[in-house]
Design a protein around this ligand. Structure first.
Ligand SMILES: NC(=O)c1ccc[n+]([C@@H]2O[C@H](COP(=O)([O-])OP(=O)(O)OC[C@H]3O[C@@H](n4cnc5c(N)ncnc54)[C@H](O)[C@@H]3O)[C@@H](O)[C@H]2O)c1
Length: 350
């Protein structure tokens, strides 16, 4: 199955996202695969069997979000110089979103930009991070604050790689899938309610539907001036949860799951989402073994944390809320007291 991406509105860029077993790939240029020890341990042999190139090198960087830094990007750049890559050379990102974001960013920088392709190996990166060309790294001021919009030449999504993914990481990817369904596609939400993601056929269809939705969003708004911001549903609250728990308790997708429950509670209060719909989302998150409860110790502190988010422009919090299942609403003028009233209900079990 191939999902085409065409960014004709902003620039004349098109590329294909292939969702299938990884095909043989032949390059008449130098190629550097960027991966980490975890992914390499499980899958590098499989990848190497599929790739031929004029010269093939593998750069292994340490695993983890903590290494998503400019220093690591500089190490990858140095490897590119050591191997004398030229402007026709290619980088391959082989790993989850961390590898994908950093490899894409490195590709955007090396000699002012060389090609790269994405071969994502986590569910989150297959349905979300590998599509759309957001690349970058974290620094002391926050996550993904340094980066570039830089599109890959192609994306190859092989669900087979997910067989070695830890259960929690898989569930974190499901959170992003549910997010897309609630925001954009009621029928897809209904499909997910009955979907058995342990079935290879169902998983492949689920990935394809999510990728199509993401591509549809990115095609309209590559640089997040409008609809692409809707992908932050659950993130405004989720970032505060991650921050309050020092990024150690929850995976990002887990925090987003809690964030969606909170956003839904606000939407119910505003009358854009029914309690039944909010309950349905919660049940689907729970079916995927995602957390849906969080105890807010101090509502004022929680609220103040919203303003640390780079998306809270001009001191206004932009909330992305469901407006009925499969539709969204962006609101930035919600009364502080109303938000706090909803947050106060999370003082314990949701
Ligand atoms: N560019 C975007 O549009 C975008 C969108 C969403 C998230 N992101 C970024 O993605 C990152 C999160 O991505 P992630 O959730 O993939 O995390 P990750 O890249 O850290 O991967 C999670 C863990 O799974 C391991 N892993 C990867 N593939 C595996 C496999 N097949 N089998 C076993 N283990 C495997 C990794 O080594 C890592 O330990 C964040 O940095 C986030 O900012 C980017």
């Amino acid at each position: 199955m191939v999902v085409p991406i065409a960014l004709a509105q902003t620039q004349n860029i098109t590329y294909n996202i292939t969702i299938d077993r990884l095909p043989p790939l032949a390059f008449d240029t130098k190629v550097v695969i960027v991966t980490n020890p975890t992914v390499a341990g499980f899958h590098l042999d499989t990848l190497l069997k599929q790739i031929t190139a004029k010269e093939l090198h593998v750069v292994t960087i340490p695993d983890g979000e903590g290494h998503k830094t400019l220093a690591t990007v500089e190490n990858i750049l140095n490897e590119c110089f050591e191997h004398k890559l030229d402007r026709k050379s290619l980088l391959i990102a082989f790993g989850g979103g961390v590898i994908g974001d950093m490899t894409g960013f490195t590709a955007s920088l090396y000699q002012r930009g060389i090609d790269f392709i994405q071969i994502p190996t986590t569910l989150l990166s297959q349905v979300d991070a590998s599509v759309g060309g957001k690349t970058g790294v974290n620094n002391q001021y926050g996550k993904n604050l340094i980066g570039a919009f830089y599109q890959p030449k192609a994306v190859y999504i092989d669900p087979e790689f997910l067989k070695t993914l830890p259960t929690r990481e898989f569930a974190a990817g499901v959170a992003e899938i549910i997010k897309m369904a609630v925001m954009f596609d009621k029928e897809y939400f209904e499909f997910l309610k009955n979907a058995d993601l342990s079935s290879e056929v169902v998983l492949k269809e689920t990935i394809a539907r999510s990728v199509k939705l993401k591509a549809w969003v990115v095609n309209q708004d590559e640089k997040e001036a409008g609809i692409r911001a809707v992908l932050n549903y659950g993130h405004t609250f989720g970032h505060v949860v991650e921050n309050e728990t020092n990024y150690t308790t929850y995976l990002h997708g887990e925090a987003v799951a809690i964030g969606m429950v909170m956003a839904n509670a606000l939407a119910v209060e505003l009358g854009t989402f029914s309690q039944e719909e909010a309950d349905e989302v919660k049940r689907l998150l729970e079916k995927a073994s995602l957390p849906t409860t969080y105890c807010i110790e101090n509502v004022d502190d929680f609220y103040a944390h919203f303003f640390l988010d780079k998306k809270s422009a001009n001191n206004r919090i932009k909330f992305i809320l469901p407006q009925g299942m499969g539709n969204y609403k962006m609101v930035s003028d919600i009364d502080e007291s109303l938000v706090k009233k909803v947050l106060s209900r999370f003082g314990g079990e949701i």
